[in-house]
Design a protein around this ligand. Structure first.
Ligand code: GAL
Length: 690
């Protein structure tokens, strides 16, 4: 337990405390309660009724919490965290140790380690600066001292991560983490014990409900079609990808599928005269279909009228804003979607524009809006993405059907949602950082590929996306696949690059790796579901003791065994930091000692990937889609002298399905004489239900 008493911690900051006392408000938590194994809630003052916790859909995953280390004492003494009310809201102060580093705060694309930074955690569709604006800001952070903190608020919380000192402080005065929650007259703070940062994150994810369980097909390759394609053109794109043997599981339809899209009607346009037949045909070719939409509802939509009384008082693009905190709004919205799309064969959605906009023509509802549930616009911005996901999730839950979708905004307790974040931004380095960062806050991030500056840019981006939570080309503004022409304008004029076939074949090879990794990746997701450990995470989460990992924001782990270090176009060389232990080059098998930085010059066709010693890595033969029998033919690679295990999961793909867990074990055997070439034999092959 961190033993700082309130007196010690407050010390020279008494002026501030007194300010709190002077207004007659709370200065300490009125209670601290263990609400989940290793999770304590501190209540300060009178928390607001609308928060991420109070509006949550998923219950904490109690049943699996036992997988984490038992912790008897909370990370802080009750009196070491203080809070007071000011005219601006509620302020919370937590002690910070001198060298404690801070990670998380949601999808922060422009910075990684947060110590010393100020962030205003505001929902924003176009986060231009490192100010805290984000598609998915989350008032949750973890530190290298091995604990996590959640501020349960649907406000734009401002945090000062250890850079502020009050006047007259003593030289050895501990610094503090300051959080200001606007408006609120009090707040609940949740403390997540470790003992490691990785355990604290897993605990937070289990408290959120555990990671999602995606369908296998969702982990295959996605191709979003040009926004204006009609039914015939979508079918042609499906055939074209199969003919050119580009693996693909999901076809995405962009705005043109609706009669009106900004705002939406959710009604198939005449360009799709027979959606049922199209969906049927695509399903027979093993495609799954994902529909783009946002929630702002246009007057000609059949659900406009019923939704009207359960919507906010301001419009967006002439559409009403459903109040998804109201069960009636969720019911109207989800019933219609189920009947008109999912029952016909649609497998998922891309939930667009559920973030706020301040810079891009300010198209969203204002913070001063009010909603029937009692939420104001600020609270609704914080919760809109989450409650929109709830609405759509309810359809798939009642059908016992799995889905994986895209969403442009999320917030706290997001782990159980099978939704991956994306953005209109396009900086490749930021996209890579997003993969590493999202894992601290129960989020998944897709560094999608659209057009490209040149062939190299396309290849490098595609490599990143194939080694990411969701592998997708989003060709919504280009008519032809980017490998035929990377330039947007020429692409749309149908002018293909000379020798495009070579680029296509390079891209095919890259995408095929996604399929080869499918069994391994699926197991990493099942593990997320069961233990809360994110399938994609920064190096520092697994090696917090190693100072070499602490600022590494351009590498990440995919599952437990693969260290991915993407390359950005224009780079001919990059540094790769390998944590302690031995590592093997994924492509060449070359061994490298860890706790060291390598300078690598990867050829264009290879993204640097390293495999941890002791790994048994199952790789499939790489089919064209998840149902392809080639994916069930597994080759296992063994790395390093020690015996490892490879875990595979099989199930029927339904939401509540039973798993079969297959554990492969290998043992090295020394043989002499003839036949000595085969150094391994299978010693165990176990199959069990879990
Ligand atoms: C954007 C979205 C893009 C694409 C586009 C279609 O808001 O981020 O991915 O879907 O809308 O108009």
């Amino acid at each position: 337990m961190r033993k700082l008493s309130r007196r010690q911690f407050a010390g020279a900051t008494g002026a501030l405390l007194q300010a709190g006392i002077a207004t007659g408000q709370t200065t300490g938590a009125s209670e601290m309660r263990e609400v989940f194994p290793g999770v304590w809630r501190l209540r300060f003052g009178r928390p607001e009724p609308i928060t991420p916790v109070s509006t949550r859909k998923y219950a904490p995953a109690e049943a699996t919490a036992s997988r984490l280390p038992k912790i008897e004492t909370p990370p802080f003494a009750l009196d070491s965290i203080v809070s007071y009310r000011s005219g601006r809201g509620t302020i919370v102060r937590l002690p910070l140790a001198p060298n404690e580093l801070i990670y998380g705060l949601g999808l922060q694309l422009q910075s990684f380690e947060q110590r010393g930074r100020k962030k205003k955690l505001r929902v924003n569709a176009d986060p231009n600066m490192d100010s805290g604006d984000s598609h998915a800001p989350v008032p949750f952070w973890v530190t290298t001292s091995g604990y996590g903190v959640l501020i349960d608020s649907a406000r734009y919380v401002t945090v000062y991560c250890g850079d502020k000192q009050t006047k007259g402080h003593e030289a050895n005065q501990p610094t503090e983490f300051l959080a200001e929650v606007p408006v609120a007259e009090g707040v609940d703070i949740y403390l997540f014990a470790g003992p490691s940062m990785r355990d604290a994150v897993s605990r937070y994810n289990l408290f959120s409900g555990g990671g999602p369980l995606p369908p296998k097909w969702g982990l295959g390759f996605w191709y979003r079609c040009f926004g204006q394609f009609n039914q015939e053109q979508v079918l042609q794109m499906g055939s074209q990808l199969r003919d050119s043997r580009i693996p693909c599981d999901v076809l995405g339809l962009e705005p043109g599928w609706q009669t009106h899209a900004y705002s939406c009607t959710f009604v198939w346009s005449d360009k799709f005269p027979d959606p049922r037949a199209m969906l049927h045909k695509l399903a027979s070719e093993h495609y799954h279909v994902n529909l783009w939409e946002h929630a702002f509802t246009y007057p000609t939509s059949p659900i406009y009228k019923p939704l009207y009384p359960v919507s906010g008082d301001y419009e967006v693009w002439n559409g009403i804003v459903p109040d998804f905190l109201e069960p009636e709004a969720r019911r109207i919205f989800s019933d219609f979607h189920e009947r008109e799309h999912v029952a016909l064969g649609v497998d998922g959605y891309k939930l667009d524009e559920c973030d706020n906009s301040d810079f891009t023509r300010n198209w969203s509802f204002p913070e001063l809006s009010s909603f029937p549930s009692g939420a104001d616009g600020e609270q609704m911005h914080c919760l809109f993405g989450l409650r929109y996901q709830d609405t759509i999730q309810s359809i798939f839950e009642r059908r016992n059907q799995r889905t994986l979708g895209l969403v442009r905004s999320s917030q706290a307790l997001a782990a159980p949602y099978p939704y991956v974040l994306y953005s209109d931004l396009y900086d490749h380095r930021e996209f890579i950082r997003g993969v590493a960062n999202a894992g601290f806050s129960g989020l998944l991030w897709c560094p999608e590929v659209r057009d490209a500056k040149n062939a190299e840019d396309l290849i490098r981006r595609l490599q990143t996306v194939v080694f990411s939570p969701l592998a997708m080309v989003n060709a919504w503004y280009i008519q032809n696949p980017p490998w035929k022409q990377v330039d947007r304008e020429s692409n749309n004029r149908g002018k293909f690059a000379t020798g495009w076939q070579k680029l296509e074949s390079q891209c095919r090879d890259i995408i095929t790796w996604r399929m080869r990794l499918l069994p391994y990746l699926y197991a990493a997701y099942v593990n997320y579901h069961q233990t809360g450990l994110p399938p994609f995470r920064a190096l520092v989460m697994d090696y917090p003791e190693d100072p070499g990992t602490r600022t590494v924001d351009n590498q990440y782990f995919m599952g437990d065994a693969l260290l991915v270090a993407p390359v950005v176009a224009g780079e001919t060389q990059r540094d790769v930091y390998l944590p302690p232990g031995d590592w093997y080059d994924f492509w060449t098998g070359e061994k490298h000692a860890g706790a060291a930085t390598l300078k690598v010059s990867p050829p264009l066709e290879r993204i640097p990937v390293y495999v941890k010693s002791g790994t048994l890595l199952p790789l499939s033969e790489g089919g064209l889609h998840a149902d392809d029998p080639a994916n069930a033919r597994i080759h296992v690679r063994s790395y390093g002298p020690t015996t490892g295990t490879a875990i595979l999961f099989e199930d029927d793909g339904e939401m509540n399905s039973q798993f079969t867990r297959v554990e492969l074990r290998w043992q090295s055997v020394r043989r002499t004489g003839p036949g000595a070439k085969q150094p391994y034999r299978v010693v165990g092959w176990e199959q069990s239900g879990i």
